[in-house]
Design a protein around this ligand. Structure first.
Ligand SMILES: Cc1ncc(COP(=O)(O)O)c(C=O)c1O
Length: 384
């Protein structure tokens, strides 16, 4: 069983499904906290669901298979997954971080990890010279999102991981925006991959979840320690929602991209109102995108000019919800300056170019003509 789509549907393999002798074609939701022992001396694989739950195990194996990884771990959120990965570091360690990362990761670094005396330097990871220059004697890892947010700039995993290997440090990527359908970072040189499965992997805005994969046994042991000792594991029903979402991942993502391209074509006709459109491969990064990505995803950002009131624009879409998050069947629009990136101090937002006129749009699976009509009427209302 080798095809990617077959893996989406079957996870690690049919044998794992056939564990309950009923012929059920779905993995059962093992809604059980504890597992009985036949004998006091028996060595049960499962004893308590925080330590291991069969439904979670199915999902963890499924993401590991899709990422060509040895180990997979499911957490209660993408943020819990990111935190678990950072527990691999200790006071005095230094980590190079991309300058545009998810606001919640920025908050975790600034308001928590720095207090534990873990040091961070933020750089533009598209600039490989800057990445290398930021490495210090105590650097232990380089952390970035291959598609940055909200500018959709592509960072080369091959480029960064080559530098990381040269200096003996880890490459950690948050690959929420691409998923293993569009990119398998471990095959490009990364050591650890994180997903907010809340986004494309779940795909339906109905579950908060995080996943991590790695081939490194020691990091795997630490991630398992976190699950078992800290306890931020994904509950069985939520695991099932992600397992179900993953089955249709490739079909959904193909359509997300098709729709995004049509919306991009429409936005390009609005040059009277739009200064710049951001989508992977448009930022001097077309070659990296072509080499390392199999698809660009469904998120577009664009900056409106002073002929458009950005707040009016997002307040007046009718089909497209005004909401944070991305990667779901329904389209979502927001202003990063006021919503997703509000965790960044104003000076930081301005430094990286997140202005109040920047709009982020997660293109869903509706008819693109309807989305375009919705944007068009909102542009008309928002024109000053
Ligand atoms: C790139 C990225 N990573 C991590 C997260 C955090 O994931 P969660 O909301 O599942 O905790 C998000 C959430 O928006 C995200 O966009």
């Amino acid at each position: 069983m080798t095809g990617f789509n077959t893996k989406l549907v079957f996870g690690k393999g049919l044998n794992q499904l056939h564990d309950n002798n009923t012929g059920a074609v779905n993995v059962p939701i093992y809604q059980s906290t504890t597992f009985a022992f036949d004998d006091i001396d028996a060595e049960n694989k499962y004893d308590y669901s925080r330590s291991l739950n069969p439904t979670r195990e199915y999902l963890e194996d499924q993401i590991a298979v899709l990422e060509e990884a040895k180990h997979g771990y499911a957490f209660a959120s993408g943020s819990a997954a990111i935190h678990a990965v950072f527990t691999n570091f200790k006071p005095g360690d230094h980590i190079v971080v991309s300058q545009n990362i998810y606001g919640g990761t920025f908050r975790l670094i600034n308001d928590y990890l720095k207090k534990l005396d873990i040091e961070f330097t933020q750089v533009d990871t598209q600039d490989l010279d800057a990445v290398e220059a930021a490495i210090q004697d105590n650097t232990k890892a380089i952390y970035f999102e291959p598609i940055d947010n909200p500018f959709m700039k592509v960072t080369s995993i091959k480029g960064v991981s080559a530098i990381a290997k040269k200096h003996g440090v880890l490459t950690i990527v948050d690959n929420t925006f691409l998923t293993p359908y569009f990119q398998q970072p471990l095959t490009l040189g990364a050591d650890v991959v994180i997903h907010s499965a809340t986004k494309y992997l779940g795909g339906h805005s109905d579950v908060i979840a995080g996943l991590v994969v790695t081939n490194d046994d020691a990091i795997g042991d630490q991630l398992y320690f976190c699950q078992n000792a800290v306890g931020g594991i994904l509950a069985p029903e939520d695991c099932m929602l992600v397992i179900r979402g993953i089955k249709t991942l490739s079909v959904r993502l193909d359509r997300h991209v098709q729709n995004a391209k049509k919306v991009l074509d429409y936005l390009e006709t609005k040059s009277d109102f739009i200064n710049r459109i951001y989508y992977p491969g448009r930022f001097g990064d077309a070659d990296v995108a072509k080499d390392e990505l199999r698809g660009s995803g469904g998120v577009i950002s664009f900056e409106v000019n002073d002929r458009i009131d950005p707040k009016k624009l997002v307040n007046n879409t009718k089909l497209i919800w005004l909401a944070v998050s991305l990667g779901s069947v329904e389209s979502l629009i927001e202003l990063p300056y006021f919503m997703t990136h509000v965790e960044l101090p104003v000076a930081e937002r301005e430094k990286v170019g997140i202005t109040p006129s920047l709009v982020r749009l997660s293109v869903g699976l509706e008819d693109p003509e309807d989305l375009i009509a919705d944007l068009e009427q909102a542009f008309q209302i928002a024109e000053k």
